[in-house]
Design a protein around this ligand. Structure first.
Ligand SMILES: *Cc1c(COP(=O)(O)O)cnc(C)c1O
Length: 400
C-alpha cells in the first residue's frame, strides 16, 4: 500500500525534507548537536543562547501562568502583544501599523514563514526568489507550497547580492522575494543599494516582499533598516520577526508578521489551521519585553558585537580566514587556509579534533550551488564569553 504519492516524494526529497528511504531527513543541526552531546564538545553549531533573557520577561511569563492565562488566546494574538508590536515598529522604525488588522502573532518566525508562503503562492507557475545560502526552512516551505525556488547567491567575503544576478532572477513569474536581513548564516546586513533594488524589482514585477528580520536587534553597528521603511515598499511587504533571538527565548516560539491588512488576513487564513494559536502566557511576557527601555536593546547589540569579536579573533588565531559579520548570531570562516577542501567532512571531525561543533555552509545551500561554499563554516557567537574564549583556545590546536 502506498500512502505517500510519488510526486510528493520527489519534491520532498529534492528539497531535503526526506531521505532516500522516505523517512524525515535528520537536519544537520540535530546531527551536530548530537555529536556535541556525545563528545562533550562546545556547541557553536545551532544558534541558541546559553544564558537566560531579561528577568522582567521571564517574571512576566511566570505571572501570566499564575494569573490563569493558560487557555487559547485570540487567533491574532493577545491585544497587549499586538499593541506592543505596533508600538515597537513605530518606536524603532517610524512604521505605522493598526494592531487590530496589520499584525498577527505566530508560533515563531518559522510558522509565519510557512503560513505566508502557503498563503501567497498559487502553484508551480509561481516562483519564490531566495538569497542563498539560506535558513533551512525556506527551501522546505517553498517546496511544500508547490512553487519553484529561484536562488541568488551571496558570496564570500561580504555576502552582498550581485545586483545583476538579482535582476535576472526576478521576473513576472516571481510571486515573492524572500529577504533575510540581518542574514543567517552569513552575518551580512544588506546594503541600502541592495534593499532599494529589491523594492524596485518587486514593484516592476508586482511581487510581494517577505522579509525575515529575526535578528533586527542583533546588528553590530546599528541602526537596522527594515526594507518596509524604503519608499514604496510598505504596501507590498510582509515583515516577519520573533522574540526568540532578541530576548533569548528561542524555546517559547513567539513570532509575528506585520504589513498590509489584506496580506496579513491571507496569512491568518492559513495560520489558523496550522497551530491556530500558541504560547498564551508567553505572549504578554513578550509584550513586556518589546516595551523595555532603549538601554536593553543597546545592550543586546553591544553584547553580540563583543561576542562576535571574541569569536572572530579566536578563529583568526586558529588559522581561518574570517568574514566580519555586520549582524546576526553568526560568523563565517573559510577553512581553506587550514588545508580543508570539504567543510562538511571537517565539521564532522572537528568535535574529536578540537572539541568544538560548527556547521558547514553547504547545509544552507541548494545542491547546484554547494560547490561555491564547500570550504566555509558557520560558527555561532551567541554563547557566554567564557565559552567563546574556551572555544578559541581549543581551536588553536588546529594550528599545530
Ligand atoms: C532562528 C531563525 C528563525 C526561526 O525563528 P523562530 O521564532 O524560532 O521560529 C527564522 N529565521 C531565521 C533567519 C532564523 O535564524
Amino acid at each position: 500500500m502506498r500512502h505517500v504519492s510519488g510526486a510528493w516524494r520527489r519534491t520532498a526529497a529534492g528539497a531535503g525534507l526526506i531521505g532516500a528511504d522516505g523517512s524525515p531527513a535528520p537536519t544537520i543541526f540535530a546531527e551536530m548537536s548530537a555529536l556535541a552531546t556525545a563528545t562533550g564538545a562546545l556547541n557553536l553549531g545551532q544558534g541558541f543562547p546559553d544564558e537566560d533573557g531579561p528577568a522582567e520577561v521571564l517574571d512576566a511569563a511566570r505571572a501570566a501562568i499564575a494569573g490563569g492565562r493558560n487557555q487559547y488566546p485570540p487567533g491574532r494574538g493577545v491585544p497587549e502583544l499586538l499593541e506592543a508590536i505596533a508600538e515597537h515598529q513605530r518606536r524603532f522604525y517610524g512604521l505605522e501599523l493598526d494592531p487590530a488588522r496589520e499584525v498577527l502573532v505566530t508560533a515563531g518566525a518559522t510558522e509565519a514563514l510557512a503560513a505566508t508562503l502557503l498563503a501567497l503562492v498559487d502553484g508551480p507557475d509561481d516562483e519564490v526568489v531566495v538569497f542563498e545560502p539560506h535558513y533551512d526552512s525556506y527551501a522546505a516551505c517553498v517546496a511544500l507550497s508547490g512553487a519553484r525556488l529561484r536562488t541568488v547567491p551571496l558570496r564570500w567575503p561580504d555576502f552582498q547580492p550581485d545586483l545583476d544576478e538579482l535582476e535576472a532572477a526576478v521576473t513576472d513569474r516571481t510571486r515573492i522575494i524572500l529577504v533575510n536581513d540581518p542574514h543567517n548564516p552569513t552575518g551580512a546586513v544588506f546594503s541600502r543599494e541592495a534593499l532599494g533594488r529589491i523594492v524596485a524589482l518587486a514593484d516592476r514585477h508586482d511581487a510581494v516582499i517577505v522579509t525575515d528580520e529575526v535578528y533586527e536587534h542583533l546588528v553590530h553597528r546599528g541602526p537596522h533598516v527594515p526594507i518596509a521603511t524604503l519608499p514604496g515598499a510598505a504596501a507590498r511587504t510582509l515583515t516577519i520577526s520573533s522574540a526568540g533571538k532578541t530576548f533569548r527565548t528561542t524555546g517559547w516560539k513567539i513570532g509575528w508578521v506585520s504589513g498590509p491588512a489584506e496580506l496579513v488576513d491571507a496569512v491568518l487564513a492559513v495560520k489558523q489551521f496550522l497551530t491556530y494559536v500558541n504560547g498564551s502566557p508567553f505572549q504578554p511576557a513578550i509584550a513586556v519585553g518589546l516595551r523595555l527601555p532603549d538601554a536593553f536593546f543597546r545592550g543586546v547589540s553591544a553584547d553580540m558585537r563583543r561576542k562576535s569579536e571574541i569569536l572572530g579573533e579566536g578563529l583568526r588565531a586558529a588559522g581561518f580566514d574570517v568574514s566580519t559579520p555586520a549582524g546576526s548570531y553568526f560568523t563565517v570562516a573559510d577553512a581553506a587556509a587550514l588545508g580543508v577542501s570539504d567543510a562538511a567532512e571537517f565539521c564532522r571531525a572537528l568535535p574529536e579534533r578540537a572539541g568544538v561543533v560548527a556547521i558547514p555552509l553547504t547545509a544552507f545551500a541548494t545542491r547546484e550551488r554547494r560547490d561555491e561554499y564547500r570550504t566555509l563554516v558557520r560558527f555561532a557567537a551567541c554563547k557566554r564569553d567564557e565559552v567563546l574564549q574556551d572555544a578559541a583556545t581549543r581551536l588553536s590546536a588546529l594550528r599545530s
